[in-house]
Design a protein around this ligand. Structure first.
Ligand SMILES: NC(=O)c1ccc[n+]([C@@H]2O[C@H](COP(=O)([O-])OP(=O)(O)OC[C@H]3O[C@@H](n4cnc5c(N)ncnc54)[C@H](O)[C@@H]3O)[C@@H](O)[C@H]2O)c1
Length: 373
């Protein structure tokens, strides 16, 4: 199989779908790899590293799209890329089709077999290709929050770890899933006094068993949340209700109860945000103030650390990508129901239930798609 990796073209996207290490694994497995010149530059990978790995370079994205049997990317294909996809070709990348009827239509029209990172599952009921980006965003959240807390950046001027004789910052993390757990670990590691709130008692039990030395847990009732937020120097929003917009857990009126210059880091902003006053920002202009409270609401936080994110994503996608390349998508998906769960479109058929429901389109079961031409 010829596996192709074009450069990402979405603004401020510095990640790349294939690392030199992944390219080498594919070549070792007997596959051919074609990478667009400069595709890895934003993540610190040079063309020479891909060539050493055994890949061939292509001058243009058009060549990659024209020749590859499977396209490996990071972000959903943009309109100009979608025009170059075709039936019989496999696309392996993040898609997020439910809110995107235009992209869905184009993928169906192209006939491509599109496998979405975000809907591939694992045995524990998790989303293994989404988790690495949640880990990155979670670990980054206290780092960005700490920077925002600095006086010159508009914050309260509080040091996360305090110093002998001066107490540490008080950090509240709402939502103790992947993002929340990693955020709490890093905030605690920086010396802050951390409490994680969640509505799931099994999750709180797990966090208490694993991390009671490092941070406290609390039940996320409205009353307890309001009480803790009023005392906080930093609040990290990390909730997720799968398939739904993030619930609003902090109203504008509650900002008046907070300490002036306190920081809200809303990681859940990609699902609409969990604070009433959140609106999505970019790395170029990440923070803004409402009623004296600092807001950091960057929707693609992993992009700030493109190299770490690319390598983390590559580690997670590698086994699936190898299976797809070595066995062909049909056999790979027949052998692995978790990979089959990633198939969103095939030969003009929509094959993912939640997308069909969101867009009012007919859906073919992915098992049935395996049997079609
Ligand atoms: N901004 C970014 O760059 C970025 C990057 C990665 C992930 N995210 C987002 O971060 C959010 C969290 O992702 P995750 O992977 O940690 O999800 P997750 O499913 O692992 O964890 C979510 C947690 O929220 C808890 N929860 C749900 N409703 C709650 C409520 N009302 N109060 C308290 N807790 C509640 C759940 O019990 C669960 O433990 C998602 O919206 C995700 O899309 C954003």
């Amino acid at each position: 199989m010829l596996v192709g990796c074009p450069a990402e073209i979405k603004p401020q996207e510095y990640r790349v779908g294939l690392t030199p290490a992944a390219a080498q694994e594919l070549v070792r497995a007997g596959q051919e790899v074609l990478v667009q010149t400069g595709a890895g530059a934003g993540s610190g990978f040079e063309d020479a590293q891909y060539m050493q790995a055994g890949a061939t370079l292509a001058e243009t994205a058009a060549e990659v799209f024209a020749r590859a049997d499977m396209i490996v990317k990071v972000k959903e294909p943009q309109a100009v890329e979608r025009k170059q996809l075709r039936a019989g070709q496999v696309l392996f990348t993040y898609l997020h089709l439910a809110p995107d009827p235009e992209q869905t239509r184009d993928l169906l029209d192209s006939g491509v077999t599109a496998i979405a990172y975000e809907t591939v599952t694992d045995r524990a009921g998790g989303l293994p290709l989404l988790a690495p980006m949640s880990e990155v965003a979670g670990r980054l959240a206290p780092q960005m929050g700490a920077w925002t807390l600095q006086k010159a950046n508009g914050g309260r001027g509080v040091l996360m770890g305090g110093v002998p004789g001066v107490g540490p910052a008080n950090v509240v993390v709402i939502g103790g899933g992947v993002v929340g757990t990693h955020a709490a670990r890093i905030a605690a590691g920086m010396g802050a006094d951390v409490t994680v709130l969640d509505l799931s008692l099994p999750r709180l039990r797990y966090l208490d068993d694993m991390f009671s030395q490092h941070f406290r847990t609390g039940y996320a009732s409205a009353a307890r949340t309001a009480e803790l937020v009023a005392q906080a120097d930093m609040v990290i929003g990390a909730v997720l209700v799968p398939g739904a917009a993030a619930p609003k857990l902090l109203s504008r009126a509650q900002l008046a109860d907070m300490k002036p210059g306190a920081v809200l880091v809303d990681v859940a902003i990609d699902q609409g945000g969990c604070f009433e006053t959140s609106r999505a920002t970019t790395h170029a202009d990440p923070i803004y103030v409402v009623d004296g409270i600092m807001h950091y609401c960057v929707a693609n936080m992993p992009g700030a650390v493109a190299r770490t994110s690319t390598i983390a994503l590559g580690n997670a996608t590698m086994p699936f990508m190898l299976a797809l390349a070595n066995k062909g998508w049909r056999q790979a998906c027949a052998d692995d129901p978790h990979l089959l769960a990633g198939v969103n479109t095939h030969a003009g058929h929509l094959t993912y239930g939640a997308v069909g429901k969101a867009l009012g389109l007919d859906v073919m079961a992915p098992e049935a798609a395996l049997k079609t031409a």
